[in-house]
Each structure stands twice: as structure tokens, then as C-alpha cells.
Design a protein. Structure first.
Length: 350
């Protein structure tokens, strides 16, 4: 009921509060009191620009390796937790990431989960991932996928520790309350194709005739050496995009869409001395430095990075990158999910 002109402001506020308290008992709330926080003028992310120095995280990982075995941990991973999202095990508003360690001779046993996972291999040799029984050996810079609800395990047959970065869409899965997982202990894991089968079938310019119904790529390992050659050729032949340098997106070879249904991934080359123009997009993005050194400005936060460092640009954060030497950055984000829902947007600022 509208207030009378003779009713004081204090009385009106008291009456409204009493009304709000009363309707709360019916599990109701006034939209007019909340609309500005529900429908914001532009994206408002709780995530912050943040930088992890690999040299520091590596020492902590090795300490973890001395404290517990891979079998005890199931996955010996240090979570890269965004300080704007404390206690939530998230690197951005929608993604999980961490660095995983296997010592020589160790194996991380098989399990499966609804969440999709990606790996970017950073250090060591002799490591492998097996997906539904098919092994792929991992080398520096390789981008390896684990489609959702596939059995997967990892091992280190080499003489030195191996480390890679994991990225998962766990927060997206949990948003929809659709998480399932299963431990492979005591189960007979499915026998898989021979080593390198998916690469032989799908990594070239020709594809086997037939259909594939999975939303994820059938190619398990996108070799860095092959992608690096493509970047070099594009740099030589041009043009170089003023906002991204030379950038290639990893795709599903059967569809041309993203390699995974919820996460986009890409590789970009910044020539030595190159500076990008200001850019922002709605997908909070994780950057991994595969080659080179340089610095970035994410909003007002300066970040100076070297090889294997990890840093984050939150949703709609203005970003610029400066390569002090020729640089290759691996990135992943939730762009794939946003594009499917018609939500993704970016802005190139002159």
C-alpha cells in the first residue's frame, strides 16, 4: 500500500521492513531491493588477477612429495586458489586448476568423474596419461584432454619428477549439481587402443570415415611441437593480430568446435618486443607461460612472468601483455560453455 504524504520517511521505512520480514516467512523477497546486484551493468567477478611463480610452487610440490605418496593422495595436486575466492578451490569463477606431481615410478590410480579435465605438461620426461585404456606419453607443452566420465590414470616411468597443470570444469558441474565420480580400485580397467592410436587417426589433415557422438575431441594429445610449427608459420606469413599476436584455438577435428564442450583452450605467440592492445572478454582466463618472459597488466595489477608461471585475468578485466622475448602462452577458459549459451562477449579497445 503506498504511503500517505503525511507519513514520515521513518514510518515508511519501518513499515517496509515489517512487510519484508512478513513475506520472508513465505520465502518471498522484494526484487526491487536486489535487482541492482542481480542484473549488473557489466560483469562483476569476485576473482582477482593473480600470479603463481612456478619456481616457488615447484618447491612446495616437492615438499608435498616428501610428505605423502601419490597413492595416499590419489592425486598429489596443489590447488591454484584465487585469493578472491577463498576456500572455494577455484582459479576463476567457473574453473578449477592445480599443479600435479608424480615422482619416479609413481602411478596415480584410475578413476572417472563427470567433470572434464585438461593437462598442460610442464616438466620432466617419461610421464603418461591413459584414457579408457589408451596411453599417451606427455612431453613439454603438450595439451592432453580427459573427456568427462572416462577412466583415466597417470604414471611416471622416467628418472625424474614430472609436473603438469590440471584444469577442470568442476565448478560448472557443481553449479548444476551434476557431479558423479567413481574409483577404479579393484576394478578391471577397460583395455584400450595401442599407444598413439588417437593421434594416428585424428592428428593429421585426414580423418577416418565414420561418426563420433562425443562432444569432446577424439584426439587425446595435441602435440606442442606440431602446434609450435603452425605458430611459427603464421608469424612468418602474417598478419599478427594487435590484440593477440598469433593465436590458435585447439579444436575438435571432427566438428571444428572446441576440444572440450565446456572449456576453450588456445596457444598464442607474442614476438619479442611485442605489446598487445587493451582487450577484455567475459571468460575468466588462465595463462600458462610455455616459452619466454615478459609482463602483463591485468586491470591495475602488474605481473612479471617467466616460463611455467601461471596467471589469471578475471572476467571483463582489462588486459595487456608485453613480450620481452619471443613468448608462447597456453590459455584456457570457460568460453566454450559461454558461447553455447549465447553469453560470451569481448571488447577490443583502440
Amino acid at each position: 500500500m503506498p504511503s500517505s504524504p503525511n507519513v514520515s520517511t521513518a514510518e515508511t521505512l519501518t513499515a517496509r521492513k515489517a512487510f519484508y520480514d512478513e513475506i520472508a516467512k513465505q520465502h518471498l523477497a522484494p526484487l526491487w531491493e536486489r535487482v541492482s546486484s542481480l542484473v549488473t551493468r557489466s560483469p562483476e567477478s569476485a576473482a582477482r588477477p593473480v600470479h603463481w611463480r612456478y619456481s616457488e610452487v615447484r618447491e612446495s610440490l616437492l615438499d608435498a612429495g616428501r610428505l605423502l605418496t601419490a597413492e595416499e593422495a590419489e592425486r598429489r595436486v596443489l590447488i591454484l586458489e584465487n585469493p578472491g575466492l577463498p576456500g572455494q578451490s577455484q582459479i576463476t569463477d567457473s574453473l578449477f586448476s592445480g599443479l600435479q606431481l608424480l615422482l619416479p615410478g609413481e602411478r596415480a590410480g584410475a578413476h572417472r568423474h563427470v567433470a572434464s579435465a585438461l593437462r598442460i605438461f610442464l616438466e620432466g620426461s617419461g610421464a603418461y596419461t591413459a584414457v579408457n585404456g589408451e596411453r599417451t606419453n606427455m612431453e613439454r607443452g603438450d595439451f592432453v584432454i580427459t573427456p568427462n566420465w572416462t577412466w583415466h590414470d597417470h604414471g611416471n616411468d622416467g628418472p625424474h619428477p614430472v609436473i603438469w597443470l590440471d584444469g577442470l570444469d568442476v565448478p560448472i558441474v557443481n553449479l548444476f549439481k551434476t557431479s558423479f565420480s567413481e574409483d577404479g580400485a579393484g576394478k578391471d580397467m577397460p583395455g584400450g587402443p595401442r599407444l598413439g592410436d588417437s593421434e594416428a587417426r585424428f592428428a593429421g589433415a585426414l580423418l577416418p570415415d565414420g561418426s563420433n557422438t562425443s562432444l569432446s575431441s577424439p584426439l587425446l594429445n595435441y602435440r606442442y611441437a606440431r602446434a609450435r610449427q603452425s605458430l611459427a608459420a603464421m608469424q612468418l606469413n602474417g598478419p599478427v593480430d594487435p590484440y593477440h599476436g598469433v593465436k590458435l584455438r585447439y579444436v575438435n577435428p571432427l566438428t571444428g568446435g572446441p576440444a572440450m564442450p565446456t572449456m576453450s583452450s588456445a596457444l598464442q605467440l607474442l614476438p619479442s618486443g611485442f605489446s598487445t592492445l587493451p582487450y577484455r572478454s567475459t571468460d575468466g582466463t588462465v595463462f600458462v607461460v610455455i616459452e619466454g618472459r615478459g609482463h602483463s597488466e591485468i586491470e591495475a595489477s602488474p605481473i612479471k612472468w617467466v616460463e611455467n608461471d601461471v596467471f589469471v585475468a578475471p572476467s571483463w578485466a582489462l588486459q595487456r601483455h608485453h613480450a620481452e622475448s619471443e613468448t608462447v602462452l597456453f590459455t584456457f577458459s570457460d568460453r566454450a560453455a559461454q558461447e553455447k549459451l549465447g553469453l560470451w562477449r569481448d571488447q577490443r579497445i583502440p
